[in-house]
Write a protein that binds this ligand. Structure first.
Ligand code: CMC
Length: 431
């Protein structure tokens, strides 16, 4: 994308001529200094963890971490959570504008027509042990989808990209539910296309061939909201992984499988599973001070899971909506005394008054309350990150499509080399 240069920056390095660098303005948020030509001057920039690096242009999602703002295509997440639904947000992320009713109907219809997976995919599952982590299954199954769609893998063809986006959004819940059924030793349940997206997912998770599962509208709405709150989060680790894998020209299924792998870690999507494990480990409200002390101890690797964020230095707006959804779900289910919720609330209260958390600007993030909702719905802890992956799919695919459509270079970071200088090989017998 060609950028309009509004300002220039000058970099002065001792004893050398000043280097002139263009500065581009963003529509919202910090301007960026184009350091691309530093290589020709004999320098690289150094930014481990990409803390200050804008790796691409993007028009999909904007986050203001200080204000706690999250916008998708300009629309605040709170308004989308309140007034929209997951499939409308998928359409918005992919296509850039809120759809008119006929377009949304057509989009929903298309997604519903793609929910089944090829029967051959069932055979993969028999290769996994019953206790395989469902994220291991998801990485493999999504990557394997590329072996079924040779007819639509031309990444330069916009129509192929569109079909792939629809297939991925439609099939993720089916694969997710299959990974759960496999762990239970239960038969897979086919999708039912008269059901809504989240409703259908819960049906595939909890129905059996001998018993239907009645999906409560409150739980379906909560599930839909969980998917919606995870749908995109600009250039996070998994999305950047999808872009990096995709920048080699790898097919979209392989690129998304790479994103699923990146999401799995406890610093990213694995945190929702880690929150519940942590609440279990804390065990009682009385033990919270001990865990707060551990989180503050520099010699102890323990962290309060579901707290802190690379970008948000304020309350994560998704966490606020999640907390409210949590209250609705527990009320619908008549759960008044969930011990995990009691510990979470007290942990949040104490942490928000504690000097350490205030000074480091550590607030609850999206994962802090989502696990409590998922557990109340009956979803086992190992499935939590799979739910995150399912919700994040439209974000990954929207970023992949944007990158391919806008034109891209292969992602190839450089390094600050800290190894041995050039030296001669010494034959084994002479060492
Ligand atoms: N508990 C205790 N201390 C913390 C925590 C925490 N959860 N998070 C950060 N800190 C401290 C950290 O020890 C460091 O202290 P110091 O400056 O004294 O070394 C300081 O705060 C900055 O932390 P950092 O690790 O340099 O910050 P980061 O931006 O690299 O990491 C993070 C962000 C999300 C990985 C981190 O906050 C964390 O590990 N949180 C727990 C895991 C978690 O909840 N992850 C989900 C993120 S939201 C969902 C998603 O987008 O995937």
């Amino acid at each position: 994308m060609t950028q309009e240069i509004r300002k220039r920056a000058t970099l002065t390095i001792e004893g050398e001529d000043a280097i002139d660098l263009p500065v581009y303005s963003s529509n919202l948020g910090p301007d960026v200094i184009d350091v691309g030509k530093l290589t020709s001057q004999g320098y690289f920039t150094y930014d481990p963890g990409f803390v200050s690096t804008a790796a691409c242009d993007s028009a999909i999602t904007y986050i203001d971490g200080d204000a706690g703002t999250l916008l998708h295509r300009g629309y605040p997440i709170e308004q989308l959570a309140e007034q929209s639904d997951y499939l409308e947000l998928c359409n918005l992320l992919l296509n850039g504008e809120l759809p008119v009713p006929e377009d949304q109907q057509a989009f929903v219809h298309t997604i519903k027509r793609h929910t089944m997976v090829n029967e051959q995919i069932r055979n993969f599952f028999s290769g996994f042990r019953a206790d395989a982590h469902p994220m291991a299954i998801m990485c493999s199954a999504v990557g394997a989808l590329s072996s079924f769609y040779h007819d639509s893998l031309d990444i330069d063809n916009p129509e192929h990209r569109k079909i792939t986006a629809h297939r991925l959004i439609a099939k993720m819940p089916t694969l997710a539910a299959m990974s759960y059924k496999h762990s239970q030793g239960q038969p897979f349940i086919y999708p039912r296309n008269e059901l809504g997206y989240a409703e259908n997912f819960l049906h595939m998770m909890f129905a059996t061939p001998c018993e239907d599962y009645h999906v409560s509208p409150t739980l379906a709405r909560a599930m839909d909201r969980i998917f919606l709150l995870h749908a995109d989060h600009e250039q996070n680790a998994s999305t950047s992984t999808v872009r990096l894998a995709g920048s080699t020209g790898a097919n979209p299924f392989a690129s998304i499988a790479a994103g699923i792998a990146a999401l799995w870690g406890p610093s990213h999507g694995g945190a929702n599973e880690a929150v519940l494990d942590m609440l279990d480990e804390i065990g009682s409200v009385d033990n919270i001070p001990e865990f707060i002390a551990r989180a503050k101890d520099k010699n102890d690797p323990f962290r309060i899971m579901g707290f802190g964020h690379r970008v948000y230095k304020n309350y994560d707006p998704r966490a606020k909506v999640m907390e409210q959804t949590c209250a609705e779900v527990l009320e619908e289910l008549g759960i008044n005394d969930d011990p995990a919720l009691a510990i979470a609330k007290e942990l949040e209260r104490i942490a928000r008054e504690d000097e350490y958390f205030i000074e480091k600007r550590l607030y609850p993030n999206v994962d802090f309350y989502s696990g409590i909702i998922l557990k109340a719905i009956g979803i086992p802890v190992e499935m939590f990150t799979v739910i995150f992956a399912t919700g994040r799919t439209p974000g990954w695919i929207a970023h992949w499509c944007e990158m391919i459509a806008d034109g891209y270079k292969i992602g190839r970071p450089r390094q600050l080399y800290t190894g041995a200088p050039k030296r001669d090989y010494v034959p084994l017998a002479e060492r």
